[in-house]
Design a protein. Sequence first.
Length: 230
Amino acid sequence: MSEVKISAEPRTEFGKGGARRTRRAGKVPAVLYGHGEKPKHIALPAREFAAAIRKGGANQLFAIEVSDGTQVLALPKAIQRDPIKDTFEHVDLLLVRRGEKVTVEVPVELTGEPVRDTLIVHDHDTLSVTADAARVPDHLEASIEGAVPGVQVTAADVKLPSGVELAADPELPVATVTAAPTAEQLEATLPEVEEAAEEAEAEVGEETTAEGAEAVAAEGEGTPTESTQA
């Protein structure tokens, strides 16, 4: 994976308030750490960072140039997102060197098609691997071509690029092929699903009624007190 050059600024404001002001300015609060260095708080341009992550994935290598003259290589170690706005809230960046081995989680993509009337259960979407910090793959591949019910793809079945070593348990399940339910099986389970839905709806109704009664009771108790004080 090629590195992405990105500029950064030292960050002097901390806490929730400082982080909010950084984000309002179109930047992402981040911290650089590793190699025994004192953590360095920086702010990254939000658009450039988001574009790099969309293209290279969560293991994108960054060549960071800080305005104070600092130049480093770093990999994202933890990325916090706002689930509603889909924006980046904070990033932890791990300092790395060229030729240094790092252990990271890499997404696994399934290729090919199983036989008809099957379902794929994804047991693990990522695998832990060890690779050169400058050559971390953006994804790994495992084939399910022609797979029949009962077939299980494990970490050992995943193709690894040259120079990449598996750090996870080779027997770790990645995906399992199962038989798709028949129309008869779906019809047999439909009453159970409907019954469960009705029970859940009834429980919600009971809770709402109870909450309403409590609110009315509380209001009724509060009125004489207010009149007495008046």
